[in-house]
Design a protein around this ligand. Structure first.
Ligand SMILES: [Fe+2]
Length: 387
């Protein structure tokens, strides 16, 4: 016998199926699926940092709203609509890429044209790169709340640009097919609801679940709900107003908009997730290098690694409160998780790479390799190491 919460989730999945036939579930599948559901839990900074260190997706209710005064006194939904109204009045001539669901076409539109499309409600569309920083949107939305532990902002210009702090708009029925992103992400919902389905990228590829960013595809990435359900890393959630989804970068995701959605999203590197992200980027290669034919982003991992290393060294001389705000206390847990997760061959490769080792050596953890082993190369401007 299902309770009211499960019935509501089943209805949400049934609605998702009307937009995407691959969400093909029986009631028996749903019973299995409930074991993979990520429920919303009350936000605390510690809970967020623990999720980052453990690489577990989390839905956190009650994250401080990023809406600035005077709109912050409105309810989230009214604030979202006021922001879209400001977009409609904007004279900003910059254009942003909008994806149309009907034919997958991308069109470039100005903010006032996006607002017009939103109000007309005649097209199913989505936009995820309406940048907030250094645009009129920054007067309305404060990036600091969602990004004050983001070490990307302390790195080079190129690394900072990976934050991609954005206003997200998505019409009911929009489907974003299976893909992954470079850093971990946060998604704060102001209005609407989305279904997120996610799984470990490489376990998924082995099980036949495709990822548009990790494969060269000419068709929609293949998704099979039974194959997904068979994977230990399979997770799903519904994100609604006042929820923030934290999603680790190693999770490929498929997203279906259940009700017209407005939110704020961004990517980040912080102390609790820095080791796992840098390990993956070195070992798998970051997505930002995929089409970087001029190698203009070749140094980004090193830039980010140096910013992390400097932060760790600086925090040793700061008050505990400063370290606590940045997740300094979660470094040990993140290191233990990396040691437990990575095979020795991969750890040996990472241990010879200063972009990983310069951080790892500054964290007290049972590293399986000696500090006496030489590095394969040196990073420029690297602060002296301390163990
Ligand atoms: Fe994404």
């Amino acid at each position: 016998m299902w309770d009211g919460g499960q019935e509501a989730l089943w209805e949400s999945l049934s609605k998702a199926r009307s937009f995407d036939a691959s969400i093909d579930l029986s009631r028996i599948d749903f019973d299995h699926m409930m074991a993979r559901y990520v429920p919303p839990r009350g936000y605390s900074r510690e809970r967020l940092f623990k999720a980052m260190a453990d690489r577990e997706p989390a839905v956190l209710a009650g994250y401080p709203s990023p809406v600035r005064p005077p709109l912050d006194v409105l309810g989230l939904c009214d604030a979202a609509r006021s922001i879209v109204k400001r977009m409609a009045e904007s004279s900003d001539e910059s254009t942003y890429s909008v994806t149309m669901r009907a034919d997958g076409r991308r069109v470039q539109l100005r903010p006032r044209e996006i607002a017009e499309l939103w109000h007309k409600q005649t097209e199913v569309f989505g936009i995820s790169d309406l940048y907030i920083r250094n645009t009129f949107m920054e007067e309305l939305i404060d990036p600091s709340g969602l990004s004050n532990f983001n070490l990307l902002l302390k790195a080079s210009h190129g690394a900072r640009s990976q934050e991609m702090f954005s206003f997200v708009i998505s019409a009911e029925g929009m489907v974003t097919d299976s893909h992954s992103d470079d850093p971990d992400s946060s998604n704060f919902c102001l209005e609407g609801r989305k279904l997120w389905i996610f799984w470990d990228t490489y376990a998924g590829l082995a099980a036949g679940l495709q990822d548009a960013e990790r494969l060269l595809l000419t068709t929609i990435p293949r998704f099979d709900i039974k194959a997904w359900l068979s994977m230990p890393s399979a997770r799903w959630c519904i994100v609604g107003p006042n929820d923030t989804l934290f999603l680790p970068a190693n999770f490929t995701h498929k997203v279906i908009t259940l009700e017209n959605y407005i939110g704020v999203g961004g990517f980040y590197v912080s102390l609790p997730n820095c080791l796992s992200l840098i390990a993956d980027w070195i070992y798998r290669g970051p997505l930002w290098s995929k089409l970087d034919r001029k190698s203009s982003k070749a140094m980004l991992i090193g830039d980010i690694s140096l910013a992390v290393q400097k932060t760790i060294l600086r925090l040793r001389d700061c008050s505990p409160a400063v370290g606590q705000a940045l997740g300094y206390g979660f470094l040990d847990l993140s290191a233990q998780n990396v040691i437990r997760r990575l095979p020795r061959s991969q750890m040996a490769m990472l241990w010879s790479d200063p972009r990983f080792r310069n951080i790892a050596e500054n964290i007290a953890a049972p590293w399986p390799l000696s500090n006496d082993l030489p590095l394969a190369f040196q990073l420029g401007n690297s602060p002296s190491r301390r163990s």
